[in-house]
Write a protein that binds this ligand. Sequence first.
Ligand SMILES: [Fe+2]
Length: 381
Amino acid sequence: MMITSAFKIANKLLTGQGAVEQLAHELPRLNISNPLIVTDAILIKSGTVDHVLKQLGAYGIFDGVEPEPEIAIVEACAKVYRDGGHDGLIGVGGGSAIDIAKAVAGYVGHDGALETLFGVDQIKRKGPPLIAIPTTAGTGSEVTNVSILSDKQAQLKKGIVSDHLLPDVALVSPVMTLTCPRSVTAASGVDALVHAVESYLSVNASPITDALAIGAIKLIAKALPKAYANPADLKAREDMATASLMAGMAFGNAGVGAVHALAYPLGGRFNIAHGVSNALLLPYVMAWNKLACVERMAEIAAALGVQTFGLSDKVAADLAVEAMAELSAGVDIPKGMRSFNVPEEAIPAMAEEASKIDRLMRNNPRRLTAGDIEQIYRAAY
Ligand SMILES: [Fe+2]
C-alpha cells in the first residue's frame, strides 16, 4: 500500500500583535459584507470583542456560546445567521466559539438535519467563509477541521470532521488573549501541551508535524508558567498563542490519542473543562504509552527543558512524565478525578465509552483495552 501524509491547515494564518487589524483587508477578499460574530457574553463584557468590532461595518452578533457547547447552540446560531442575511462567520473566543462557528458554516449550506453531519466527511460542500480569532491559547481549533459538540442527553462529546471546516483565515493575536482568566490560561495551555505531546507520539506523526509539535512543547514549557504568573506579559502571551497554533497544526494532521479519548467522558458526563480533564489524565496515559515510544518520550523530556544528557531513554521518559505533571501543578490545575466529585463507580462505563472512540484511539502509540483504560482511570482517581 502506498502511504501518503496529508498536511492541511487554515487557508491563511495571520499572527502577531497587529493580526486583528488585518480583518478590514480580509473581509472584502472573502466577499463578506455582513458577518455574524460568534462569541460569548463574557468576551463582550470584557471588551475583548471590541478589537474585532472596531474593524467592521455592518455585522451581527451571536453571543450564546457556552463552554463545552451543546448541539442546540448550533441550531440557535444558524437561525440567527439565516434570519440576519449574513454572508460570513467570525468565531471569536476559545475552542467553543470557534467550534460553533465551524459547525454553523458546515450546517447552513447543508440540506439535512444537523445530526447527519456527525462523523467524518459528512459535509458535502463548503459553507460560507469562516474566520477564526482565538482568545485562548489554546485549543488550536482555528487551524483544525474538527468541531466538537456536547450531546447532553447522550452524555457524549460528538465530532464533526470535515476539511470544509478548515477556516479561510485564522487571526492569532496575543492581544486577544490578555483578558483570558488565569484558570483558563492554565487549562487551555495544558490542552495545547497535550495536543503537541499526543501528536508527537501519534502513529500518524510526520517530520512536518514533529517539528511543529516539538517547537510547541519548547515554547509552552517556558511561556505557560510566565503567562499564568503575569497575565499581562505580552511576550509570554504571544509565545503561548504561537505554540497553541503550532500544536493545532500538528494535531490537526497527526491526530491526538488516548489522553483526549479518556478525557471526553469526563467532559461529557461531569462537565469538567476540556483542558483540565486532559491534565488529569496526561501523566497516567503517558506512563502507559512509554513502552511503545520510549525514545520519543525522551525527546519530549528534552523539549520540556529536562537535562537528559547521559540518561537512558527510559529514565528520560520517566522524567518527561514527571515534568508534565509538574507543569500542570505549577499552574494550579487540581490533581485527581476525585477532586471533581467523579464517582468511582462510573469508571467502568467511562472506560467502555473511551475504548470506543476509535477516531482517537487509532492514533495512540500503544493499544488499550477497556480493562487497561479502567486501570488508568483508577490511577488518575
Ligand atoms: Fe484538546
